[in-house]
Design a protein around this ligand. Sequence first.
Ligand code: FES
Ligand code: FES
Length: 206
Amino acid sequence: MSDHPQVRPTRRTVLRAGGVTAAGAIAAGALPATAVAAESESTVDGVEPGASVEITLRVNGADHRVSVEPRVTLLDALRERLGLTGTKKGCDRGECGACTVLADGQRIKSCLTLAVMRQGQRITTVEGLARDGELHPVQAAFIRRDAFQCGFCTPGQIMSAVAAIEEGHAGSDAEIREWMSGNLCRCSCYPNIVAAVRDAAKEGRG
Ligand code: FES
Ligand code: FES
């Protein structure tokens, strides 16, 4: 969209070492879609321990057929089966928000849900935010406001911010702080994160 900043290299985009940097995650594109002809309604009923089930995950607009054990989290399915490593694993127990993705537009912690439970839902990860080579306004605002240091929390912060704005929970700094409180930043970039969310909210697209 013409009113969105173009994706372009910044100081941060060159800091790609380790694959967990912020701009790398911000700008990462989704992997090529694995075309799947039909929706799967796999069930875990009667599945032997250790056995896998075939499921279809709809991620960033594309259907992906994957084979997972019923105990596999959505986070692990995204990262390890689909190669979408923009979503980070921090605490792996629901405390840090690094793994935040959207499911049917609602923010969820992907470490706390099973992949088999999310069939048929529209999953959006940080890789799915950019459109036609243009960053999502929240991504652009994070870069403009320098709202990250190590970047590990950044994809989760961005996904949570997209949802918070869409929910109408970004009307003031205090509101942003409250509704983003499930996303922790060990680098303590909170003032810049709040500023970035405020900017993006003013632009009107979450
Ligand atoms: S990795 Fe999911 S909340 Fe920390
Ligand atoms: S930027 Fe390092 S954890 Fe948030």
